[in-house]
Design a protein around this ligand. Structure first.
Ligand SMILES: *Cc1c(COP(=O)(O)O)cnc(C)c1O
Length: 386
């Protein structure tokens, strides 16, 4: 009967709804669903050949040819597990920087090391502190661990030591400083880093994320190694993704006091850095000439891009990295420029997620890439004056 089956169906439906409310489906722990997922830089334009990707702070020169050779050679032993202790890589890093390999922990990118530090030292009810426009992974990894992310205001797009110290509470476990910072390009001086460290309670870790250290020549800049040596609560994070051009392989490292190194080695996966990444990274860090070329390229083109952008009325904040943020004055204009560049096959990075919607971040590219982005922006500014 039509009516009867309708009633039956309604009853079944009601029963189903009740069942659903009675047995809840799996739910992630507090904080997880509040995470805005990290979005990598775009670089795909179907139909456009010769895309120019200036959206992820990748090296303009790519990796050392020796690193590529090492990577290819690794293909013959893909059935073997990697060395879980990354011994040869840690020794190569130690050799290059004069550090004890036992105090070096390698990770699948420094992103993994950020997450491991938080896993080991911060949990629910505890706080992870960083500065207002600081690298997004500190916030994301803190929330993933159920810890509370806390942002301290900046002044003039620079981390502010007094604000950071004012936001330390009895629940603070780690303070992350990207130095230089992505996306602002600004850096904290050696004196300010020391003052920040000295103002922290001894149980709080100062994590200095020096992903762009190799590009920086400022005399009052330090990547943080001496601070690690002098204190039990300072770590330095480094990566092979930026100047060494190995972003695809995911290799980073942390230099830490012995007790923190011990903790990180307990929480990391047993084979967290793959074999091809290990051998390519060794070749990369041993190729000092190639690294010097990459630095020289940046020394030439960073000031050029900065000057050209300023000349177009899009003044970038002073940067010591391999990228700048150009100021379009208004979020809508930055969005329009982003879309316009895309039509030319040029990808830059929107930084609204960092609270900087009126800016676009542009990575230093090869000579012709840099010329192309400036030529395109010239056309944009002519068509859409401020
Ligand atoms: C790119 C970047 C990283 C991440 O590097 P991976 O080693 O590729 O994970 C870390 N910190 C900052 C500030 C970065 O810009």
């Amino acid at each position: 009967m039509v009516v009867g089956s309708r009633v039956l169906r309604a009853a079944v439906f009601a029963g189903l709804t009740m069942t659903m409310t009675r047995t809840p489906s799996p739910r992630p722990h507090a904080g997880v669903m509040d995470i805005t997922p990290y979005k990598g830089g775009e670089g795909d334009a179907p139909g456009i050949e010769n895309v120019i990707k200036m959206s992820s702070n990748e090296s303009a020169l790519g990796p050392s040819p020796k690193a590529i050779d090492a990577f290819k050679a690794a293909a013959t032993a893909l059935h073997r597990y990697p060395d879980g202790e990354a011994r040869v890589l840690r020794e190569a890093i130690g050799q290059r920087h004069g550090l004890a390999p036992a105090q070096i922990i390698c990770g699948a990118g420094s992103d993994e090391l950020i997450s491991l530090l938080i896993t080991a030292y911060a949990g629910p009810g505890e706080e992870v502190l960083y500065s207002q426009h600081g690298f997004l992974m500190y916030r994301i990894s803190a929330m993933a661990a159920g810890a509370l992310p806390v942002a301290a205001p900046e002044s003039d797009l620079r981390a502010d030591v007094d604000q950071l110290l004012a936001h330390v509470t009895s629940r603070t476990r780690i303070v992350f400083i990207a130095n230089p910072n992505n996306p602002t390009g600004s850096y904290m001086t050696t004196a300010d880093l020391q003052r920040l460290r000295d103002g922290l309670p001894d149980h709080v870790i100062l994590a200095i994320d020096a992903a762009y250290a190799e590009f920086v020549g400022a005399p009052d800049y330090t990547a943080g190694r001496a601070l690690v040596d002098a204190h039990d609560n300072v770590v330095m994070l480094r990566t092979f993704s930026k100047i060494y051009g190995l972003s695809a392989l995911r290799v980073g490292w942390c230099y830490a006091p012995p007790a923190i190194a011990d903790a990180l080695n307990r929480v990391r996966g047993p084979f967290n850095v793959n074999a091809a990444a290990q051998v390519a990274a060794v070749a990369a860090i041993e190729d000092a000439d190639f690294e010097a070329q990459a630095r020289a390229h940046n020394d030439q083109w960073l000031p050029w891009l900065t000057g050209e952008l300023a000349g177009l009325g899009l003044p970038p904040a002073p940067s010591v990295g391999n990228f700048v943020i150009a100021d379009f004055g208004m979020a809508a204009r930055a969005q329009a420029a982003f879309a316009f560049l895309k039509t030319r096959g040029i990808f830059v990075r929107e930084v609204g997620g960092y609270g900087l919607p009126q800016f676009l971040r542009i990575t230093v590219g090869r000579a012709d890439d840099n010329a192309a982005v400036i030529a395109a922006l010239k056309d944009f500014v002519a068509a859409s004056p401020a």
